[in-house]
Write a protein that binds this ligand. Structure first.
Ligand SMILES: [Zn+2]
Ligand SMILES: [Zn+2]
Length: 344
């Protein structure tokens, strides 16, 4: 099969073609796996973090990609949930042990044997993938392959972060940072909590006016103070400033959920502004979001079909993956970037 492979960690500023097109043997499904013929794979910021070494894959070479849409080609000898041709999606969660206390309570995203698609195992920048059949999702019919792919990451993790805020209808929700995941959270919040107001903190006026267009009652800069206290805030930025500023705006007993795979060192000294009385006293809480569980993905897909949420997408051929990554890094975003894998 054709695949785009990462052989070496490097900066995209120095190497604009970090992935190489190669021919790999088709994967062989294990007895509980299915072999999937891939039709589309979303391109995510996490791939930039993997390629540039901020969240390096444990071994190389690697096929990246964790927003995979395909059709079942073959089932392993002990797999029987799917028919040939069934359309399925594969998300960041590739597998978990299924036996530990986290797996048993549905928090398989916290399992110490959690493996991620396109980081711990080969992902979707390829023509085929083998995957445990218990870790794939049926895709609602209203979505095309390309529309469904980006929902599998930003949407599912946004759904998890909204759940983790513990928000109740009527409570104020803040969003610090207004990227792909936050847009989706706003749409979900309007649908699930129609009496809640959404407040957005974003650095650029363009993002702030977009937030107002999408229904934010207020949009300001990171250090601005909204007219009301916020019961919960989701921070999707890679910096520390938003953490300190968000805690300041939390209601008593409120919760800040940090939906970021890492925080950068650049502005870490901002944490010295943290005052116990202003930022933490009166039972304010901080919680991070890690990975996604299967129920996050399947519940989100159902919700996205119901609302409906249809992402705007910009398609690239598999061979153009490097160009898609460079454009993503440079912020040239005209909808979610999706690789179309149709070169049979
Ligand atoms: Zn992702
Ligand atoms: Zn486990």
């Amino acid at each position: 099969m054709k695949a785009m492979v990462l052989n070496k960690i490097c900066s995209l500023n120095e190497n604009r073609n970090p992935l190489k097109l190669v021919n790999l043997p088709d994967p062989i499904p294990g007895e509980k796996d299915i072999l999937v013929k891939i039709y589309a794979c979303g391109v995510c910021h996490t791939e930039l973090d993997e390629i540039e070494g901020r969240t390096p894959p444990p071994h190389l070479p690697l096929v990246p990609g964790h927003q995979v849409i395909g059709r079942v080609e073959k089932s392993g000898s002990n797999a029987g949930n799917f028919q040939m041709g069934d359309r399925i999606g594969i998300a960041w969660i590739y597998s978990a042990c299924g036996r530990c206390k986290f797996c048993l309570e549905g928090n398989e995203n916290l399992c110490s044997h959690f493996t991620a698609t396109g980081r711990d195992v080969n992902g979707g920048y390829a023509q085929y993938i083998a995957v445990p059949e218990g870790f794939v999702f049926r895709i609602p019919e209203i979505f095309s392959d390309a529309e469904a792919a980006p929902l599998l990451c930003a949407g599912a993790i946004g759904y998890r972060s909204l759940q983790l805020t513990g928000i109740k209808d009527g409570q104020n929700l803040g969003l610090a940072g207004f990227g792909a995941s936050a847009h989706l959270v706003m749409k979900m919040a309007h649908h699930k909590y129609p009496n809640s107001n959404v407040f957005v903190f974003a650095r650029s006026e363009k993002e702030r006016s977009f937030a107002r267009e999408l229904g934010a009652v207020w949009a300001g800069n990171t250090e601005d103070v909204p007219p009301e206290k916020l019961d919960c805030i989701i921070d999707t930025t890679p910096v520390w400033k938003t953490v300190v500023e968000a805690l300041k705006n939390l209601e008593n007993g409120g919760r800040l959920v940090i939906n970021a795979i890492r925080k950068e060192e650049v502005d870490k000294e901002y944490l010295l502004r943290l005052e116990y009385s202003t930022h933490l006293w009166l039972e304010k809480e901080i919680k991070s979001v890690a990975n996604v569980s299967r129920s996050d993905v399947s519940e989100f897909l159902k919700l996205a079909a119901e609302i409906p949420i249809k992402p705007e997408v910009q398609e690239f051929a598999l061979e153009e993956a490097n160009r898609a990554l460079v454009e993503l890094k440079e912020g040239k975003i005209r909808g979610a970037k999706v690789l179309r894998i149709d070169n049979w």
